[in-house]
Design a protein around this ligand. Structure first.
Ligand SMILES: Cc1ncc(COP(=O)(O)O)c(C=O)c1O
Length: 472
């Protein structure tokens, strides 16, 4: 592709004709090769190379529901589901129609008490457990976590946060400070001081931390997603909630990934009848069509944080609560409730988990099957040290070691047209997180595809797997 840059360094930026622009119409028609080289040149060359290595450098040109299509017309089944941001699959027509209804509203007019924002906050309060009735709207999961951390500090006047090993709360500086993967944190130190890490699921360690520090809040995911889909021991969340009350500390539950039906309840905390003081939401809230996050809190916490003229505007966002995002949120909640999708996720999740557990009995390459509802992790045994190095003459060993589940994902895509990925804080775990509208037949298809890969003996990954799949 020809190099595109301004024709002169001295040109007037007010004249668009002096720039060689691609524009939307051409962008929609870029070939796989051109979009790949533009991505490598202007976005992330390393990511482009990684995607190519496992065959994920397709040119996906359309999508509807659980299906995605590339420029050759091939159809793929999406079991990645936008990392949980596609509760209804791609481009849900009814949610898009809802956006059309709101199309004449001013999208960004901050100097108003927006009707759509107010209604969305109301509807969220209606489905949230307990007294979580006040919502602040933002645009992403990390941003909703930032809002929660700031709210906890200002409401309590305390500064320490307790968080969990393996946790993932996003990649902004505040969210990283309470995250649990050193690789993501180390290059950005110093992060927020006063963050104490405890093992997820270890109630004694939490009590010790709360005993030793004056904590503003404990932050955790009810089921850890990016850690590799870790479900805590039964009763843990309830004990966490009781401890935070006993130590006069706030409980922030990050339900960015688990919220809105994913785990088989509207919110994962409802499995244990726990109500946090602050809850973080994003991903599914935008219905797969708009970026939309929310930090919701009890009135009591909100009053302590922002109640008062001098404090009411301490935390704001230009785009937060825009009309179209709120319209998408309103439609999303209605659809989740009307179609009873949390219950569907519970039933289909059980079916999927059972199928995967059956596979595990036959194939030693599967170390563990974990999950709740349609948030499922499949942990692979690490390949025998040096094996992939030998097989590939060192060519992809580093990549394979760290991103082993990606190799399986690559094969699922290449051989069976199924889209999956690894979990961010544990690359040996494949995440299976299809839209909540997935069918039993589609789950069966993926189970058969996995069995096909695990049972074969040819090719790089098959050879690697054949070693670890042999029953001892
Ligand atoms: C539990 C949790 N919190 C926060 C985030 C960050 O969300 P975002 O990528 O929208 O910033 C994620 C993303 O995967 C998440 O799983």
């Amino acid at each position: 592709m020809a190099e595109r840059r301004p024709v002169s360094d001295n040109q007037s930026s007010s004249n668009p004709n002096t720039y060689d622009l691609i524009g939307l119409d051409n962008a929609l028609n870029l070939s796989r090769k051109d979009s790949g080289s533009l991505f490598a040149k202007h976005v992330n060359p390393v990511l482009k190379t990684m995607l190519s290595a496992i065959g994920f450098d397709k040119n996906f040109v359309s999508a509807e529901g659980i299906f995605v299509y590339d420029d050759t017309g091939a159809r793929y089944l999406d079991f990645l589901g936008g990392y949980g941001s596609l509760p209804f699959g791609h481009n849900p027509r009814d949610i898009q129609a809802g956006l059309d209804k709101a199309v004449d509203r001013p999208n960004y007019l901050q100097a108003q008490a927006s009707a759509l924002q107010a209604a969305l906050a109301h509807d969220l309060a209606a489905i949230l457990p307990g007294e979580l009735s006040m919502s602040f709207f933002c645009n992403s999961g990390a941003e909703s976590v930032e809002g929660a951390l700031k709210m906890a500090r200002i409401a309590t006047g305390k500064s320490v946060f307790v968080h969990c090993t393996g946790a993932f709360h996003g990649k902004t500086l505040g969210a990283l400070s309470v995250g649990g993967r050193e690789k993501y944190k180390t290059p950005f130190q110093p992060l927020i001081p006063g963050c104490v890490e405890v093992p997820f699921g270890d109630i004694k360690a939490l009590e010790e931390a709360l005993d030793q520090h004056r904590c503003a809040a404990v932050i955790m995911e009810p089921v850890q997603g990016e850690a590799g889909v870790i479900v805590p021991p039964e009763g843990y969340l309830k004990q966490v909630s009781e401890l935070t009350r006993a130590y006069d500390t706030l409980l922030i539950l990050d339900e960015v990934q688990t919220g809105l039906g994913r785990t088989g309840a509207m919110f994962a905390c409802e499995h244990e009848e726990v109500v946090p003081d602050i809850i973080c939401l994003a991903k599914a809230l935008g219905g797969g069509v708009m970026p939309l996050g929310a930090t919701a809190a009890t009135r009591q916490v909100w009053e302590k944080a922002y109640g008062g003229l001098s404090k009411a505007l301490l935390h704001t966002s230009t785009f937060g609560g825009g009309a179209r995002a709120c319209a998408a949120g309103l439609m999303t909640i209605s659809k989740l409730v009307e179609e009873n999708l949390p219950l569907k996720a519970l039933e289909l999740g059980e079916y999927f988990l059972e199928g995967l557990r059956t596979l595990k009995q036959s194939y030693k390459a599967i170390k563990e099957v974990r999950g709740k509802g349609l948030l499922i992790g499949l942990e692979f045994d690490k390949p025998v040290e040096g094996l992939l190095d030998k097989l590939t003459a060192g060519a992809i060993n580093e990549f394979a070691k760290e991103y082993y589940a990606s190799l399986v994902a690559g094969q699922l895509l290449g051989d069976h047209q199924v889209i999956t990925a690894y979990t961010l804080n544990n690359p040996n775990v494949m995440r299976l997180e299809p839209p909540l509208v997935v069918t039993k037949e589609q789950i069966d298809y993926v189970l058969n595809a996995l069995e096909d890969i695990l049972s074969q003996r040819k090719g790089l990954l098959r050879m690697a797997l054949s070693v670890v799949t042999k029953k001892s």
